[in-house]
Design a protein around this ligand. Sequence first.
Ligand code: ZN
Length: 73
Amino acid sequence: MKALLLLSLLLVDCRNITPPADTATVYICDSRGSKRYHLSPNCKGLRTCSHRVVKLSLKEAKSRGKTLCGWEK
Ligand SMILES: [Zn+2]
C-alpha cells in the first residue's frame, strides 16, 4: 500500500498544478541556498536537494522569501 502511494506521487507532473491558496502545503529544501518552494514533493527541483525536505504552508514559505520553483510555473 505504501509503495503504491509512493508510485502515484511519482507520477504527478508538477507543472500541471494550479496555483494554490496561502494555506496550501508546499515543500522546501531545508538548506541555506534554497530559495524555492515546491507544490509537489516529487518535483524535479527537489530531487537535487541533498538536505531534508520540509513541509510547510505556502504563507510560511513566502514569509521566508521563497519563490515558486521554475519547474512549476
Ligand atoms: Zn518544484
